[in-house]
Design a protein around this ligand. Sequence first.
Ligand SMILES: NC(=O)c1ccc[n+]([C@@H]2O[C@H](COP(=O)([O-])OP(=O)(O)OC[C@H]3O[C@@H](n4cnc5c(N)ncnc54)[C@H](O)[C@@H]3O)[C@@H](O)[C@H]2O)c1
Length: 325
Amino acid sequence: MTVKIGMIGAGGIARHHLKQLQNISLAEVVSVYDVNREGAESMAAIVGARVSDTVDELLNPDVIDAVFICAPQFAREGLEEMASSRGIHLFVEKPLGLELQSVQRKEQAIRESGVIHSVGYCLRYYDTVQQAKEYLKDKTIHLIQAHRFGGSHPAPWWRQQHMSGGHLADAVTHQVDMIRFLAGEYRNVSAMFGHNSIKSVYPDATIADAGAVTFTLQSGAVGTITESCVSHYHSESEIKFFGHDFFVGLSGNGQVLTISDKDQQITVTSRLDPAYEQDKAFVEAVEAGSSDNILCRYADGKNTLAFTLAAHKSAEERGTIEIGD
Ligand SMILES: NC(=O)c1ccc[n+]([C@@H]2O[C@H](COP(=O)([O-])OP(=O)(O)OC[C@H]3O[C@@H](n4cnc5c(N)ncnc54)[C@H](O)[C@@H]3O)[C@@H](O)[C@H]2O)c1
């Protein structure tokens, strides 16, 4: 069976998914919707898909089996509920939203509908990340150090706190998620955000330009995440897991794995494209009617969002926030 797909959003990430889907023989993109019709038309033309006039028209279960929701997080109101209530399987980009209440409501609706669903935490699909997960499963981590420095997303919406949620919530969310994936759930967080440079670069920006986040995991491990979205002369991302009898490092957004212990000192560079692996897993899951190979479900993405929202609450209230409070 071919999996017939509709796409909501025709921006940067939607086009990246389209490229992956063109290489997945089971997948056929049949329709596209974007508030910018010209954008939808130019993307649809790449694969000969039709352009829908509304989301209601696109989300037609007689036409599509699955939807890729690639509209930004400020523009997804009701989409997941509408798709799942119509029995349409869904892939949705990270981050899942800007506040927890609506995301909790969507999670319940998706779960109760039983549709196959996947969230765009693509770095989980690196073989290096899975090798690290397997290695760490019986280890005691006492310290985690993560960082992500670099530039920002080019779109104006991204620089508005109420539209993107900021660098931690939108981009560094990948590192926040990878820590949960490899080392378990967060217990609490305390964070500070700075604004020293952002207005010199983007006068209209309301997001922070730097964050310093401290956390404890439920395991008792402690850690830090530091981040900047205006570091134009140095880009880097890395997560280090320290144990008394090992070291695990993941750099290049997870592509390069280092493991050191008394028996080994290895560095492995992944040759996989995690976005391709992620999209293939979703399409195959829809075809097979089984979510077994999907590595990030909606409830998982919700927990990652809960951490970044708690970090911002901590900065506002100048205190430590217990996750789940
Ligand atoms: N997984 C990843 O690594 C990754 C990478 C980049 C972006 N993203 C996420 O993907 C989402 C989109 O990012 P992007 O880079 O494509 O942004 P973008 O600005 O390039 O494109 C956004 C598109 O959405 C359209 N849009 C806006 N409101 C809409 C609405 N109500 N309905 C339909 N379309 C609408 C815009 O017209 C535009 O074409 C964001 O949530 C972002 O965080 C994920």
